[in-house]
Design a protein. Structure first.
Length: 175
């Protein structure tokens, strides 16, 4: 009276695998179909051409593309972050070894002061593989044509395997 249990146990193993794969395929199909929405609004350049022709009666619809091209060629004001530079940086661990404390010097070569400087720091392992990213906003003001050192700022928690940090500037606001 021996009962053969092998076919039953194999079926029990493969049933959840097939069910999970089926759910995953259904999810991919649903997410893929919702992400393929069409763009309903006209592109921004077309809107500016329409607005230029609509609000200025001296511009005819045939002149509107030329006006938009001239507006696109006018030099834009440089961003405040373009005049900023990190002249020196270092980091160390704080707390019980899981907090990253960054010391950096910001140099402002702009003709105006900047504030709310956002930095992003990438942490890597000893072998160079990427570990984690952390960002922080510095709410202090850096005066025009000057430099300012920020010592031991808490950037966030990092993995214990992180060995190196490289910080870069993201944005800044003009004062």
């Amino acid at each position: 009276m021996a009962v053969n249990v092998k076919p039953f146990s194999r079926a029990m193993i493969w049933l959840p695998v097939v069910a999970i794969a089926g759910c995953g395929m259904t999810w991919m199909l649903l997410v893929g179909s919702s992400g393929a929405e069409t763009q309903l609004a006209p592109p921004p350049t077309a809107m500016s051409v329409q607005n230029a022709a609509m609000f200025n009666p001296a511009i005819t619809p045939t002149e509107a593309p030329r006006v938009a091209a001239v507006e696109a060629l006018t030099p834009a004001e440089t961003a405040p972050v373009d005049g900023l530079k990190i002249s020196s940086q270092s980091w160390r661990r704080g707390g019980l070894g899981s907090k990253a404390l960054v010391t950096l010097t910001l140099r402002n070569s702009n003709d105006y002061a900047v504030k709310d400087v956002e930095i992003s720091c990438a942490f890597t392992r000893r072998d160079g593989s990427h570990q984690t990213d952390r960002a922080r906003t510095i709410h202090n003001t850096v005066d025009m044509k000057s430099r300012k050192t920020f010592a031991r700022m808490l950037v966030g928690f990092v993995n214990i395997e992180a060995n190196r940090a490289k910080c870069s500037l993201v944005t800044a606001a003009r004062v």
